[in-house]
Design a protein around this ligand. Sequence first.
Ligand code: SF4
Length: 199
Amino acid sequence: MNLEKTIRNLELFGAEVKHFATAAEAADYLVSEITGTTVGIGGSQTVDRMGVYERLKETNEVTWHWKDGFDEDVYRRAREAMVYLCSPNAVAETGEMIFIDGRANRVSAMTTMIEGKRLYLPCSVKKICPDIASAVERARSISPANISRFTDALPCQKDGNCHDCRDPQRMCRAFLMLCGKITWMEKAEVIFIDEDIGL
Ligand code: SF4
C-alpha cells in the first residue's frame, strides 16, 4: 500500500486529503469542520464507529437512515444536504474512489448537483488498493459480504468472493468511480485513518 502515491493522485484529481493516526482524531476534525449546515450520512460502518452522528447533531441538521429510518423522505433529505459523509469501499493508488450501492442512495447523494456541496470521505488506509481493478474487486468481494443488513444469503457472504450473482438481494446495483471533486462541488475530501476502522 503506497499512501503517498495515493494522496498525490487523489490531489491531481482535485480531491483534498487529510491523514490522521486514529479515528478519534479524524472525528474531532470533522466536528470542527462541519457546523451550522445540513448533513447527510450514507451507510457506513466507518462513520458509525467514529461516533460523529450525535456530535454533529449538536450544531447541524443531520439526516442518516441508519438512525432516522429507512424512509423515502430521510433519503431525500440526506441526498439534498450541503454536506455528505460516507466511506469509499476502496481507493485505488491511481486516485479513483470506488463506491458500491444496493439502493444507490450514496451514489445519488454524491452526484446530486447542488452548488457548494461538500463531501467528507473518511477511509481506513487498509482500503487502498494498487489499481482500479483491485479496488473494484475489493468493493465487490469484501464490502457487500460485510455490510449487508438485509440478508445473509448472498454467495459472497459465504466465501468472501464475488460470484456476480443474480440474487434478488444483490448488493451491487450501482457503482460510482469518483475521480476527485465533481465540478460544482466545493470540495471532496478524503480523510485517511491509519487505524483499522470500517469494512
Ligand atoms: S454481485 Fe452478488 S456475489 Fe458479487 S459481491 Fe455483489 S452481491 Fe456479492
